[in-house]
Design a protein around this ligand. Structure first.
Ligand code: TYD
Length: 208
């Protein structure tokens, strides 16, 4: 039932430094140039209230319990999907969202060890089961990703390399589990090559 949408909902996922933000912005421009009404948004912080949650999530400098972190991302998502994403999709737009439910599975689930079944349940609750039509996972070698992130790291980026490897593994598992929704893009290549692959994946999906 929830798949009978007027517009489309596409999410961009991957470990820190994978280049998905650059690609999602390029795709927004490409889709607009071809006459499609598009909204670019992101998590955390895509809704007005979520901007405050984003500050805590990325810059709070004390200890944050994994469950607390998960609930803050989920709270952000609940507000975002109801007030921003769903209305735009319902009005016929193509919504491009930089991170969504799979980030919580990969980071708080695979990365921080919270039970995946529980995260799936909480994602259902936060989104009212409003899931993407297409998800692109930008897969990149951890070393390349770390170089792209650079030295100026936020709270999540400062987690060790073991954590980021678990996150990457989590995304690959998700892609195996949901092969129709999730497509992997090799993000080790140049921006131009990755954009060609991204465009192809989006066009293939929109043509169906
Ligand atoms: P952001 O600055 O938006 O970085 P990026 O360009 O990598 O998306 O930071 C978002 C961070 O929050 C990123 O490290 C991933 C993390 N995150 C989670 O851990 N769980 C989530 O559910 C979401 C949405 C993001």
């Amino acid at each position: 039932m929830e798949n009978r949408k007027k517009g489309f909902f596409i999410t961009f996922e991957g470990a820190d430094g994978c280049g998905k933000t650059t690609q999602s912005e390029l795709i927004k421009k490409y889709l607009e140039d071809t006459g499609r009404k598009t909204l670019w948004t992101r998590e955390p912080g895509g809704a007005e209230l979520g901007k405050e949650l984003r500050k805590i999530l990325l810059h709070y400098d004390g200890y944050v319990a994994p469950e607390c972190e998960a609930f803050l991302f989920l709270a952000d998502r609940a507000q975002h999907v109801e007030t921003v994403i769903k209305p735009a999709v319902d009005s016929g737009m193509i919504v491009l969202c930089d991170r969504y439910t799979d980030s919580t599975v990969a980071y708080q689930g695979y990365g921080k060890g919270i039970d995946i079944t529980r995260i799936n349940y909480l994602n259902d609750l936060a989104t009212g089961k409003f899931y993407p039509d297409l998800t692109l996972v930008f897969d990149v070698d951890s070393e390349i990703a770390q170089k792209r992130v650079g030295a100026d790291k936020d709270r999540m980026e400062s987690e060790g390399s073991g954590f980021h490897q678990k996150v990457r593994y989590g995304y690959l598992r998700l892609a195996e589990e949901y092969p129709y929704r999730i497509k992997i893009i090799n993000a080790n290549n140049s921006i131009e090559q990755v954009f060609e692959d991204t465009k192809k994946a989006v066009e293939n999906f929109l043509a169906v």
